[in-house]
Ligand binder design. Structure first.
Ligand code: HEM
Length: 423
């Protein structure tokens, strides 16, 4: 299986190398699932950093592959709008949305609405609230780690990454902890298309999401009739710019917070175990000096790049590196490529946990949409690693992971590990 994967990767590299540059197409989920997509971006960065593709599955779009150009697009929201969606979706998914209606959220809005709604929810992830959440996350992380089996293979994604991020998210929403498993389930429903993850058909996807919305409307009704509190739903229900939002917009913002607060952090927790195992010298450095945990966390967020891209739509014609992006064209900023751009980062292919500027990466984006939860994500990862190091001398990979079949979410479905002993 492992050798087969290596062969597939070598084969994919040879095939990508043989293509004329115009035919290089980054929107291929099967290559992301096999971790075989890297040569595409090596070619785009070198030969076609502003690159046009007319994909049979995703339709026409531009790819932006270099750090500086991604920064230029991400910081120019007047020309590059978020209002027509922020992830490159398939033509089929687009048609489904048009038929059944989309659920807007502030990540897919431009100013001034974006700014007002962002301001309403940001206090939940402000430093003062994180100070309150820190001890709760630590206690929960400890409980999860104490319940893990020793000397027996288990799935790290299911037992640690998913559960810890679900607990944190349930705290953010003040959602019943006993039902927290629903949150990653809904997240997987939202991010997958039929045939992948837990999604079996468009109808089933819609039904489950309607149930999710029903559940959250119940919570909204409870909170709106109670005094304002520090959880996200109460903040939305009482906030001046959000209390009148319609059902679709409420659902959209919840979806954003569930995916934003869940998948990305979950996949970085899994990514950290995988990366440290694949780079034993770095794992040894960490064991010798646990004060490196925060910089290891940032390096893992760069190395993993849990969201491969964000998309924008041009509001006017725009010239970039001699190419003309036309008004209405979709523009994909490939963070996964910017994070490997040697013009912006020293030795970007290396996983190095003691980089001088570990937060110098694009995984959280730039500009007005820069991730609102970035400090919360770092906090969760830092705490879990502090708690891991207290308990276990090592966590060992017991096989290769299976990866997400997606051009957007870069993550792990499963990650088999063994913990040989406790400290
Ligand atoms: C390692 C973990 C995370 C990564 C890699 C990540 C990545 C991102 C990225 C790339 C963006 C868009 C940036 C742009 O367009 O310039 C974003 C926005 C956002 N993220 Fe995160 N995120 C993470 C964790 C979180 C957490 C824990 C939360 C929850 C509280 C969260 C909530 C959001 C929200 C609400 C937005 C929309 C911000 C806006 O449009 O103004 N994220 N995130």
């Amino acid at each position: 299986m492992h050798d087969g994967m290596v062969d597939f990767k070598a084969e994919a590299r040879a095939q990508i190398a043989a293509l004329p540059i115009e035919a290089v197409d980054p929107a291929q989920p099967q290559l992301f699932a096999a971790d075989a997509f890297w040569p595409i971006f090596e070619r785009l960065r070198a030969e076609s950093p502003v690159h046009f593709t007319d994909s049979p599955t995703y339709g026409p779009f531009w790819s932006i592959a270099l750090w500086d150009d991604i920064m230029a697009v991400d910081s120019n929201h007047q020309v590059f709008s978020s209002a027509d969606g922020i992830a490159l979706s398939t033509l089929e998914a687009k048609a489904q949305n048009e038929k059944r209606g989309t659920r807007p959220s502030f990540i897919s809005m431009d100013p001034p609405r974006h700014d007002e709604q962002r301001k309403t929810v940001s206090p939940v992830v402000a430093p003062s609230n994180l100070q309150v959440m820190g001890p709760l996350i630590r206690e929960r992380a400890g409980k999860i780690l104490d319940s893990l089996p020793i000397g027996v293979e288990f799935d790290w994604v299911e037992h640690v990454s998913k559960d810890l991020t679900a607990m944190t998210l349930a705290t953010l929403f003040d959602f019943p902890q006993e039902d927290r498993g629903l949150l990653p389930y809904w997240s997987d429903i939202m991010t997958n298309s039929p045939g992948h993850g837990p999604v079996t058909s468009w109808e089933q996807k819609r039904e489950v999401l309607d149930q999710m919305v029903g559940r959250f409307i119940g919570l909204w009704n409870d909170r709106v009739n109670a005094p304002p509190a520090g959880d996200l739903i109460s903040m939305l229900a009482h906030g001046a710019s959000t209390r009148d939002m319609d059902r679709a917009e409420y659902a959209g913002n919840l979806g954003l917070l569930i995916i934003g607060g869940n998948d990305t952090t979950r996949n970085t927790i899994s990514g950290s175990v995988y990366a440290l195992n694949k780079h034993p010298a770095e794992y040894a450095k960490l064991k010798a000096d646990p004060s490196l945990i925060p910089s290891m966390v940032s390096e893992t967020i760069r190395w993993q790049t849990p969201l491969t891209h964000m998309m924008r739509t041009a509001t006017q014609d725009f010239e970039m590196r001699g190419k003309t992006i036309r008004k209405g064209d979709r523009v994909v900023m490939w963070y996964v490529s910017g994070n490997r751009d040697p013009a912006a980062l020293e030795d970007p292919e290396a996983y190095r946990i003691d980089r001088e500027r570990p937060r110098h990466h694009m995984s959280f984006g730039f500009g007005i949409h820069r991730c609102v939860g970035n400090r919360l994500a770092e906090l969760q990862l830092t705490i879990i690693w502090e708690e891991i190091m207290k308990r276990f001398p090592t966590i060992e990979l017991a096989g290769e992971p299976t990866r997400t079949h997606s051009i957007f979410i870069k993550g792990y479905e499963t990650l088999p590990v063994v913990i040989p002993t406790r400290n």
